[in-house]
Ligand binder design. Sequence first.
Ligand code: CMP
Length: 140
Amino acid sequence: PQEHTLAVIKPAAAKEHKDDIMQKVKDAGFTISKIKEAALTRDMVAHFYKDHEGKSFFGDLLSSMTEGPSVIMVLSKENAVEEWRQLMGPTDPEEAKNISPESIRAQFAQDILSNAVHGSSTKQQALENIQYIFGEIDID
Ligand code: CMP
């Protein structure tokens, strides 16, 4: 069965590496069910990252995610949530370069904060985030 996940190319990477990242998405066999380019607002970012509220990097995260347009996508595939996480690689690009050199973060992240891409952590979070960004889910 098809599964859906929310994927975001963060502003710095959207500016520098959008075409390369989109190519890797397609090569990995994802269907891009929805896509839009938009600057996320601080409220939207705070909503996505509510689990990180209070962490030392939260302010920097809000700033970096709102500094320009992001590319926001619904990616569809069997096991999409986990497969997108694999394709992103670990949060920290230094770790990504060691254990997953073909991953997007290994190849295109600047550092642990500006780490090129975001993805939903769980199927439940994916549904919630897709609904939040795109409204009613009419993908299936
Ligand atoms: P992401 O996978 O989008 O989800 C949470 C984000 O917080 C993460 O990518 C990074 O952008 C950021 N982040 C996580 N840990 C750190 C850290 N130790 N220092 C700075 N930023 C971080």
